[in-house]
Design a protein around this ligand. Structure first.
Ligand code: PGA
Length: 248
């Protein structure tokens, strides 16, 4: 059985004071057992959030990291630096990183491997643009993104990775993929994992859907076959909204 996994992606929102205020309120609310929950916060908030979330069971995620161990990479953060302060997960290859910061399938693959090596669990994002969907090429495109992200990743390591299917046309647009569309693509990702690693890994891997998930649509999406979780942007910024999604 796969444990449902709901992760909030705060993107470039909240000061540390606001993050701590959120965490205090959120951690005090009743949360269903058996749902894995993480908050992906900006780098500057991570250490303070780690302390604030202690004992709550809520996991901590970064939104990006560099693929090199260390070096002259001004402005970058390594996997070991994240691990040192107790970060559990790192979002890798979010479409905004691919679109605005030049991330490629190759850098995503390098980051995935580096994260795993440092004990950080990757939440690896894939997803097609509207143009690709309308050309009927979404399945092929997303499957190739998954293959590229997992190049030279062993079966044992692959089983630790969360894949987030996030169609670019549904991110921050209010336009959610239908449960049918999202389930179909998450199923395709599972099929790709099966081809690469066999049924054991493909059945274990947690696959999230992301793109305008909100309290009103979370339940239906979460009850769709192959969708094991959600990567939530906008609706993760308010504790009550995010908790409604966690309670799907
Ligand atoms: P959204 O963002 O929920 O605001 O659409 C999702 C994401 O980018 O991870």
């Amino acid at each position: 059985m796969r444990t449902p996994f709901i992760a909030g992606n705060w993107k470039m929102y909240k000061t540390t004071a606001q993050a701590l205020e959120f965490a205090g309120r959120f951690a005090a609310m009743d949360r269903p057992a058996g749902v894995n929950v993480a908050l992906a916060a900006p780098f500057t908030q991570l250490a303070a959030l780690k302390k604030k979330l202690e004992g709550s069971g809520i996991k901590l995620a970064a939104q990006n990291m560099h693929y090199e161990e260390e070096g002259a990479f001004t402005g970058e953060i390594s996997a070991a630096m994240l691990r040192e302060i107790g970060v559990d997960y790192c979002i890798i290859g979010h479409s905004e990183r691919r679109q605005y910061f030049g991330e490629t399938d190759d850098t995503v693959n390098q980051k995935v491997k580096k994260a795993l090596g440092a004990g950080i669990l990757p939440i690896c994002c894939v997803g097609e643009s509207l143009e690709i969907r309308e050309a009927g090429e979404a399945a092929e495109y997303v499957s190739s993104q998954v293959r590229a992200a997992l190049k030279d990743v062993s079966a044992g390591e692959a089983a630790q990775i969360t894949i987030a299917y996030e169609p670019i046309w549904a991110i921050g647009t209010g336009r959610t993929a239908t449960p049918g569309q999202a389930g179909e693509m998450c199923g395709l990702i599972r099929e790709t994992l099966k081809e690469l690693y066999g049924t054991d890994v493909s059945e274990k891997t947690v696959i999230q859907y992301g793109g305008s998930v909100k309290p009103s649509n979370a339940s239906e999406l979460m009850h769709t076959e192959h969708i094991d979780g959600a990567l939530v942007g906008g609706a993760s910024l308010v504790p009550e909204d995010f908790m409604d999604i966690v309670r799907f």
